[in-house]
Design a protein around this ligand. Structure first.
Ligand code: SF4
Length: 105
């Protein structure tokens, strides 16, 4: 039986640990944990592969999930502040985030 290796493009800070983050809707102090918003991340209940597709893969499903996520702006802010290079964050692909960053300069 073959064991599936984790996608190396999925960053360790994307993984949502419900024990560490706590109960959805009950945020911990964001000063203590800059990832506290992930407690309410809709993608926590989905397959991370959709958010980190192989090159040329579809991002439509991930973006659809982001559309309904209540922490979308926190997620996008975090990705921009931390220069996240891979995957969908806050409903935007890496290319869309680069464009947004260029436009902000
Ligand atoms: S905006 Fe998208 S990537 Fe960010 S937490 Fe919500 S569902 Fe996840």
């Amino acid at each position: 039986m073959s064991q599936q290796l984790p996608n190396p493009q999925v960053p360790s800070n994307w993984f949502v640990d419900p024990v560490f983050l706590g109960v959805p809707g009950v945020r911990r102090d964001e000063e203590d944990n800059p990832l506290a918003w992930q407690a309410d991340a809709l993608c926590a209940q989905t397959d991370p592969e959709a958010f980190f597709p192989e090159k040329g893969g579809s991002t439509r499903e991930a973006k659809r999930i982001c559309d309904g996520c209540e922490v979308r702006s926190e997620c996008l802010d975090y990705a921009l502040e931390n220069d996240e290079r891979f995957g969908i964050w806050g409903g935007l692909s890496e290319r869309e985030r680069r464009k947004l960053r260029r436009e902000a300069i």
